[in-house]
Design a protein around this ligand. Structure first.
Ligand code: SIN
Length: 537
């Protein structure tokens, strides 16, 4: 498989059905749907989504959405916590927009119909989570916040008759001769055909890539398709070495890495090791230390035994009321969290890096925007503050919609599509190979590009990844296209992790265990680069 190709598979314009819309949105999580609502009815908007509309990381978010709406809180405090958690790499302008615009966007979400939980005085109930200095995390149905927000947005999108096409897989972004984005090549999974969708503005809201790791809290759709497609089209990717590992996913053989929300520790649950010792006791902020700190502490304990999350400090009634989804799922796997501790371990959770954008979601490719997890404007730095991701999806979908609204009349529909030479010299893989190649990739990433990294492991990972690429050339089947994307992104993540010779936030190098001021800069990689470029924060 060749990374230098603009397109993942060969295609011929004359053989495709061509469709037009003004604004094309890829992805139906919080960022994609909120952008669609903000842009409708000013523009003809179409949302294309990989599976059914609800399938996204948003749907699985438990803990909540951080927002400075509580008495005694302020956007400045929220900004400060975001900066402090981000380990010296947060884009201050983006963090200020996030904190200041957050209250307006969340208030709109409430007006649209999201029902956040309230306390006994019927006031919004704000929870505490790791590295927050205030109670500021809104939640819904206890631990089903993402589901409730997604439900609201889907209902609004449907009531406004916004066109949403399910089972459309993004293959590639197409550009015109002026090198502007002018559409996308997509695979219509229902009719089993490639289609060309042309638009004046394209918004990537395609989510993250947790599926590259053996253990992940992410759903099956999270294979980095949008990030890889943007990269092939020439978009810059930023901070790809920073993958956040959530400290507490269910760790039972045969069970999925189901997320056990940070809100649980916010309510008082503690971490214990196999000897029943509270190993976070002497670490600043204990169980509510930043995520990277807690994940590494758990990882170290797991080298010698099982780690458990103990809910007994919370109490049965409160557990049942506040965490009904977690309670139910753990019961399905044989653990009653109201009476016994549950085995937990870290799992790949959220990519801080992604398609490089400014605060209006603009990429380096004209007319191509990105928001949500697939985008990176530096707002999360090297370590995202808990529950800032849903807010990020809302706020930067809103800034994109403002930008497009101001600009779109200037854009003419130029679609003299640029077609690049497509190079391949590989035998096509058989479907049986795909499954095992994917498994190999996930193992490799977990073991060598995971929570703790080093030079030797990363070099080994690079060599093994190149071997996997040698065996593989994707055809037009979703599993193969996904694998092609993950292999492409694999090389980028390894390059970024290898060249950053320090430890910062979620990127921990055992051979360079300290943060180094010289590295207080963002990594940037684009197609064709043999080395990482760096830009100041
Ligand atoms: C959680 O509920 O712990 C996840 C929330 C987040 O990742 O921000």
């Amino acid at each position: 498989m060749k990374d230098e190709n603009h397109y993942l598979i060969p295609w011929y314009k004359d053989k495709l059905d061509v469709y037009h819309t003004e604004v094309l949105i890829l992805g139906s999580g919080i960022a994609g749907l909120y952008a669609a609502i903000k842009l409708n009815p000013k523009f003809d908007v179409t949302v294309l989504t990989k599976m059914e509309i609800m399938a996204s990381n948003t749907e699985h978010a438990q803990g909540g959405i951080a927002v400075a709406l509580n008495n005694g809180d302020s956007p400045q405090f929220h900004y400060d916590d975001t900066i402090n958690a981000g380990a010296g790499l947060v884009n201050k302008k983006a963090a200020m927009i996030l904190a200041e615009k957050g209250p307006e966007c969340v208030t709109e979400l409430i007006q649209l119909g999201t029902k956040f939980d309230t306390n006994c005085q019927n006031q919004l109930d704000f929870a505490m989570e790791g590295a927050h200095g205030k109670h500021r995390v809104l939640h819904a149905q206890g631990d089903a916040t993402g589901w409730e927000i997604e439900r609201t947005l889907v209902e609004v999108v449907q009531s406004q008759n916004i066109s949403v096409k399910e089972n459309y897989y993004l293959v590639d972004i197409v550009k015109n001769q002026k090198q502007e984005a002018c559409g996308t090549l997509v695979y219509n999974h229902v009719d089993k055909k490639l289609e060309l969708w042309l638009a004046k503005a394209i918004i990537m809201a395609t989510g993250g890539l947790g599926q590259m790791y053996k253990y992940t809290t992410n759903p099956s759709v999270a294979t980095g398709d949008g990030i890889a497609a943007a990269y092939r089209a020439g978009a810059e990717l930023m901070d790809m070495e920073f993958m956040q590992f959530h400290p507490t996913a269910l760790q039972i053989p045969g069970a999925p890495s189901f997320l056990i929300s940070e809100a649980v520790r916010g309510e008082g649950a503690i971490l214990i090791n196999a000897c029943n010792e509270r190993f976070m006791e002497n670490i600043p902020r204990k169980e509510l230390a930043p995520r990277d700190v807690v994940s590494r502490a758990i990882w170290e304990q797991m080298q010698t035994g099982t780690v458990f999350l103990d809910f007994s400090t919370i109490g049965k009634t409160r557990v049942e009321q506040r965490f009904p989804g977690i309670h139910k799922t753990c019961l399905e796997y044989g653990v009653d969290i109201t009476s016994e501790p549950v085995p937990v371990g870290p799992a790949a959770h959220y990519l801080m890096g992604g398609i490089r954008t400014d605060e209006y979601g603009q990429t380096n490719i004209p007319n191509l925007y990105a928001c949500g997890e697939c985008a990176c404007n530096g707002v999360h730095g090297a370590n995202r503050l808990a529950s800032n991701s849903l807010l990020d999806g809302l706020v930067f979908a809103a800034t994109i919609s403002e930008h497009i609204t101001a600009k779109i009349t200037e854009i003419s529909h130029i679609d003299d599509i640029q077609t690049d030479h497509f190079i391949t010299d590989k035998e096509q893989a058989s479907p049986a190979d795909i499954e095992s190649l994917r498994k190999d990739l996930k193992e490799l990433f977990w073991n060598k590009v995971g929570i703790i990294r080093d030079n030797a492991g990363l070099i080994e990972a690079r060599a093994m990844l190149n071997m996997l690429k040698e065996k593989f050339e994707p055809r037009c089947y979703i599993e193969e296209l996904e694998l092609g994307n993950m292999l492409t992104l694999g090389s980028i993540i390894i390059m970024a992790a290898l060249e950053r010779e320090e430890s910062r936030g979620a990127h921990f190098r055992r051979d360079y265990p300290k943060a180094d001021e010289c590295w207080q800069k963002h990594s940037v990689i684009k197609r064709g680069d043999k080395h990482v470029c760096y830009v100041s924060i």
